[in-house]
Design a protein around this ligand. Structure first.
Ligand SMILES: C[S@@+](CC[C@H](N)C(=O)[O-])C[C@H]1O[C@@H](n2cnc3c(N)ncnc32)[C@H](O)[C@@H]1O
Length: 376
């Protein structure tokens, strides 16, 4: 099977898949390949925090022109994949000198499906690109064509709790990943002082309380497959996830009352209102609990701050961290590396990550009481 993720998260995803029972795990760029049974497939969708979607290959053939492509697609028994009263969509991904239009190759496979159904039953399944019952992927690499079923449907980062967002919301998968990279023990104080729509504290609370990330979703695409095992998915869905003995203090704060209102609503959708302490406060005037603790945040990168204020903003951020957060480890996700230097703090570690198209660094700062050893 193929699990897709964001660039830079392949190691985390491989680790998660292994814990979920996958084997023969191989990492690529933005993908992790693995073997596993139906239970692993369901668990990967329901429990992985870093996967964007899970694809299941079901047919392979070679083709160098559209006739061979059509013939290869006709050799599939499509009635085992979908029925004539279901809708479907096909996405083509090309990396081949033999074909040059991904939309066109998808169209040829669609023709093969429609022709086979029409010949057998006189009826054919309809195409629905927005919300299909069955999503099919066609990957062509050289002359190797692979057909895969998309078992997720909507991307898995769409957990289902985030109804509204504030400025520049973080992808839920990236938020979960940076919390995992921070090594937070899920017991000590956790704080995001610029939480916007609350993605980071909500993902943190889900982790601390062992809540599977897929629990809020209305549906996964595999539930519409002909071989869907309702009892097996029911067992996974209803499995007890024990509450932790010590409930960590999780704080989400933002200077925008509107953002905090949105964050509170999103937390309510995730049934986590009581688990997160939301506050309206500027970072500068927030009084955090005494350390040790972990701070994870993505401050505005610069697109929304006037250039002349970027330096002042980051200098203040560095001073506030030094003065108010002794004993904390701070993890800051930013695409503005130059600006991070104005904090006057030297990062202990920098991890390259991508927030959409923006190349970012997750920078780690250990804040020591009274120590200037790690400051510049
Ligand atoms: C990039 S957004 C955070 C997005 C958030 N992670 C999410 O997923 O929605 C940055 C946030 O920092 C907040 N902010 C900017 N300056 C601040 C300050 N001095 N104190 C507190 N919050 C601040 C903004 O209101 C904005 O919500």
């Amino acid at each position: 099977m193929v699990a897709k993720t964001l660039k830079g998260l392949e190691d985390l995803l491989a680790g998660e898949l292994e814990t979920l029972g996958a084997y023969n795990i191989r990492k690529g760029t933005r993908v992790v390949y693995f073997d596993g049974d139906k239970e692993v497939l369901y668990r990967a969708n329901f429990q992985s925090r870093t996967a964007l979607r899970i694809l299941k290959p079901f047919h392979e053939f070679r083709a160098r022109d559209e006739k061979e492509l059509y013939k290869g697609a006709c050799s599939v028994d499509w009635s085992s994949v979908l029925s004539d009263n279901q809708t479907f969509a096909i996405d083509g991904v090309l990396n081949s000198p033999y074909f040059n239009h991904s939309g066109y190759i998808a169209l040829r496979v669609k023709d093969a499906i429609a022709d086979q159904f029409r010949a057998k039953t006189g009826k054919r399944p309809n195409v629905n690109t927005d919300d299909p019952d069955i999503r099919i992927n066609l990957h062509i690499s050289g002359d190797k064509c692979m057909l895969l079923l998309d078992s997720s449907g909507e991307s898995l980062h769409k957990r289902g709790y985030r109804e509204a967002t504030h400025q520049a919301p973080l992808n839920e998968v990236l938020a979960a990943a940076i919390i995992m990279l921070s090594g937070w023990d899920r017991r000590s104080v956790f704080i995001d002082p610029m939480c916007g729509s609350g993605t980071i504290p909500i993902e943190a609370a889900m982790m601390a309380h062992n809540i599977p990330p897929g629990i809020y979703r209305k549906q996964f695409a595999f539930e519409k497959w002909p071989d869907f095992d309702d009892a097996l998915f029911g067992k996974i869905y209803n499995q007890e996830h024990p509450e932790p003995k010590e409930k960590p203090v999780i704080i989400g704060s933002d200077m925008s009352a509107n953002a905090v209102g949105i964050a509170r609503n999103n937390a309510r959708n995730a049934f986590l209102s009581k688990r997160i302490d939301f506050r309206v406060s500027s970072f500068e005037s927030l009084t955090p609990p005494e350390g040790p603790g972990v701070l994870v945040t993505n401050p505005p990168y610069g697109e929304r701050i006037k250039p002349e204020n970027i330096k002042a903003f980051h200098t203040i951020m560095g001073d506030v961290l030094k003065n108010n957060y002794p004993g904390y480890t701070a993890w800051i996700l930013s695409s503005n590396l130059e600006a991070l230097k104005f904090t006057g703090l030297r990062p202990e570690k920098k991890t390259v990550l991508f927030n959409g198209p923006l190349e970012c660094r997750l920078a780690k700062f250990s804040i020591y009481k009274g120590s200037r050893k790690h400051t510049r």
